[in-house]
Design a binder for this molecule. Structure first.
Ligand code: ZN
Length: 402
């Protein structure tokens, strides 16, 4: 990159990556969580007693200062772990208690009892946060397939890095979700302003096409969605026919979950690619503010956690797309932020149904077409994109100087 880099404030970013510990590493990771859980509960107990018996508030600083002794007294247990990671666990407790005392204050004078924070059972304590380069280390995937995260008292764990981790690594979190393990890498990225392009567009996210820009650009829906939709619908039908409680039904449920995971991964990669292109080629990008409530009220929420007649093809198709728009918008916003580009969100009311040229209310005989009483047939998504551009103050958004 040979353009002048204008430095801006750092942007924080989190990458959640699947980790594949070996059996022995997994055993040690479980022990790590258990030890941190014990530390958390012991610290909670101390604070709880102090509060109950003497109305004394013990601070994070007090407890952090005791860590040294605790570690020295327990060299084969607490003493083996990263000191700074243990401090993070105490901090986590501190956040929980700060929230508790806030609730107590708010409840004063009202008939409301506020429960003191509870001890955490070991199986529910599922993450430990490490400060990078202090008891934990990150090695990005270097051409090859695997990245590695090393944690004190656990070892060097294989990590599947499906996209590049940008920026300076600040913290590494080891997390358990059911039988899976994840590493969450949090980075700081210096924002580097990209050179201006002179292009500003309104963007319509649609069903017929994934995306249409107000200057006539279009991105079709990726083909993997069709294939996924067919596989999911077929599995869904088989599952509904399988006897409830049977092994077959359980297997089908797992296969369904796996298909959804696959769609999510492919969709995410697709979003990153499209967002990258937009950010590289536009100074300002306007989109509709998504109606999240409206979206979650559609069939979308029910397909992944199916209830009734969710196999309906249109509903399924729509849900696969819907689920992606929020993610795409936030991916785009994040990329734009670190590139010094502007993303504008406009109010969505009737952007698709009013004519972009004269504002007249159109009819919509088909999903992909609107008909203006003055201007005749218009591409519905392009019309929408141009309305979005206008509403964002980008002019009509049509290609200029062409
Ligand atoms: Zn018109």
């Amino acid at each position: 990159m040979d353009h002048p880099a204008a430095e801006r404030p750092a942007v924080k970013r989190a990458y959640k990556l699947r980790a594949y510990p070996t059996r022995p590493q997994e055993g040690r990771a479980v022990r790590l969580l258990a030890d941190h859980c014990d530390l958390y509960n012991a610290a909670l107990q101390e604070r709880r007693e102090a509060w109950r018996l003497r109305k004394v508030k013990i601070s994070y600083g007090d407890q952090s200062a005791q860590l040294k002794e605790i570690r020295a007294a327990d060299p084969d247990g607490q003493g083996r772990h990263s000191f700074t990671a243990q401090q993070q666990t105490l901090r986590r407790l501190n956040v929980v208690l700060a929230a508790y005392f806030r609730r107590v204050r708010d409840a004063k004078g009202k008939q409301r009892r506020v429960g003191y924070p509870r001890f955490k059972p070991r199986q529910r304590f599922d993450q430990v946060l490490f400060v990078a380069w202090d008891g934990a280390k990150w090695e990005p995937a270097d051409g090859g397939h695997w990245a590695h995260a090393t944690f004190q008292a656990v070892g060097r764990v294989k990590v599947s890095q499906h996209r590049p981790v940008m920026g300076r690594v600040k913290t590494l979190q080891l997390k358990r979700e059911g039988r899976r393990w994840y590493v969450i890498v949090v980075t700081d990225t210096e924002t580097v302003a990209l050179p201006p392009t002179g292009r500003s567009v309104g963007v319509d996210l649609g069903v017929a096409r994934f995306l249409t820009t107000s200057d006539g650009g279009a991105v079709p829906n990726p083909r993997f969605l069709d294939a996924a939709q067919q596989r999911i619908a077929a599995l869904q039908r088989r599952k509904e026919r399988a006897r409830s409680g049977s092994g077959n039904r359980r297997r089908l449920r797992r296969s369904l979950a796996k298909e959804w995971r696959r769609v999510r991964n492919q969709r995410r990669d697709f979003h990153h690619k499209i967002a990258r292109t937009l950010v590289d080629t536009c100074d300002t990008i306007a989109l509709e503010q998504l109606r999240v409530a409206a979206i979650s009220a559609t069939s979308s929420g029910t397909v992944e956690h199916p209830g009734r007649n969710v196999a309906a093809k249109a509903g399924l198709n729509r849900s696969i797309l819907d689920a992606g728009w929020t993610q795409f918008t936030s991916t785009l916003a994040a990329k734009a932020e670190s590139a010094g580009r502007r993303v504008l969100l406009v109010h969505p009311a009737s952007t698709s149904i009013d004519c972009h040229a004269c504002g007249a209310r159109c009819t919509r005989p088909r999903q992909d077409t609107v008909v203006c009483p003055v201007h005749g047939e218009l591409d519905a998504d392009l019309n929408g994109a141009r309305n979005i551009a206008t509403r964002a103050g980008l002019g009509s958004g049509q290609a200029s100087g062409a």
